[in-house]
Write a protein that binds this ligand. Structure first.
Ligand SMILES: NC(=O)c1ccc[n+]([C@@H]2O[C@H](COP(=O)([O-])OP(=O)(O)OC[C@H]3O[C@@H](n4cnc5c(N)ncnc54)[C@H](OP(=O)(O)O)[C@@H]3O)[C@@H](O)[C@H]2O)c1
Length: 318
């Protein structure tokens, strides 16, 4: 039985998602949280992970540790994206099984679904067609994690589960324009253009692709929902179930940041997939739903950006 005293190990507790899970568990009175940075415990090191589990004996493991990155990083380092992610999750999953961890929550990503799958993406579409080639290394690693979790449920009947988040954003996001995702990159671009006399902001593509975004605290809440309830299946999508065009997103961020200059679209740059929306009806049926709407989430993220702006000064502009 999970209680407020259960020993909960959050792998990746300093990351955007892991830190949100840690904050929310602390706020809700969970008193026995443990986490180590990658320099204290390299999760690629099987022996070190095995020793850590034998010593600590956690009741619950939340896997929010991964090697993450954009298209460029995935294309440049396919071996690391495949192998390091498999090593991290394999070591955590196998040590959890061997040490009788009661509950394991694995975090994946929407890129596990086929490139040309129908929209919105249902959990059943897993392994029905070819993946998007630019991030297939990362996606294949995540799929092996989902299958490991599923096989443990099937063979040992344990309460292990995989959650697949849509695009996430929020406090502790990455605002480095060389490596950031679209939403934090836009926040930074609009803010800097405002400071620069409301200069025009140039954005990539046509602005027509549609995307879905979930505030990171809502993601953390879904993890706590999975922690406190035994979910009947092995795999669940986590998102808002609502998308908008990149142009609409830009206008929302422009409004929140107070930029009044022009928005220019560089249509020479690629658009990516036209639409990527999760079907979240399974989580809704079980009783979990997101709470933070996009405008409010962007405002909270912008506030955090302003409070931490000095930490981003050294990051390069693209
Ligand atoms: N951000 C998104 O939009 C998004 C969307 C969908 C899914 N997800 C999933 O959510 C999870 C967390 O993502 P995030 O955005 O929070 O990433 P993040 O901010 O980059 O955090 C990743 C964490 O993983 C840890 N880590 C990486 N390699 C490690 C190693 N070898 N040993 C120990 N720890 C290691 C890092 O620890 P240190 O800081 O100590 O180095 C870091 O805290 C990932 O599984 C990702 O696929 C994220």
């Amino acid at each position: 039985m999970i209680s407020k005293e259960s020993k909960i190990y959050i792998a990746g507790h300093r990351g955007m998602v892991g830190s949100a899970i840690w904050r929310q568990l602390s706020e809700q009175g969970y008193t026995n949280l443990i986490g180590l940075s990658s320099s204290e415990l390299d999760l690629k090191d099987q022996k070190a992970v095995a020793t850590f589990f034998e010593t600590e004996k956690p009741d619950v493991v939340i896997d929010a540790a991964a090697k993450v990155g954009g298209i460029l990083a995935n294309n440049s380092y396919p071996y690391q994206f495949l192998m390091e992610n498999m090593q991290i999750q394999n070591n955590l999953i196998d040590a959890s099984l061997k040490n009788d961890v009661e509950k394991f929550i694995f975090l994946g990503s929407s890129c596990i679904y086929p490139k040309l799958a129908p929209q919105p993406l249902k959990e059943d579409y897993l392994l029905t067609n070819s993946l998007e080639p630019t991030n297939e290394w990362y996606a294949v690693a995540k799929i092996t994690g989902i299958k490991a979790v599923e096989s443990i449920r099937k063979q040992f009947g344990k309460d292990y589960v995989s959650l697949m988040p849509t695009n996430l954003y929020g406090t502790h996001d990455n605002f480095d324009l060389n490596t950031s995702h679209v939403l934090p990159a836009m926040i930074r671009k609009f803010h800097e253009a405002k400071e620069n006399g409301h200069a025009p902001v140039t954005l990539w593509g046509s602005g027509t692709p549609m995307r879905e975004f979930l505030f990171v605290d809502d993601m953390a809440a879904s993890v706590i929902f999975a922690l406190e309830n035994r979910l009947p299946e092995h795999l669940y999508n986590v998102g808002t179930g609502v998308d908008l065009t990149i142009k609409e997103l830009a206008e929302l961020i422009q409004k929140v940041t107070g930029h009044t200059g022009e928005i220019l679209w560089d249509s020479e740059k690629p658009d990516g997939t036209p639409r990527k929306l999760m079907d979240v009806s399974k989580m809704h049926e079980l009783g979990w739903k997101h709470k933070v709407d996009l405008e409010n989430g962007i405002a909270r993220t912008y506030q955090w950006f302003l409070e931490n702006i000095n930490n981003f000064k050294e990051m390069k502009m693209s």
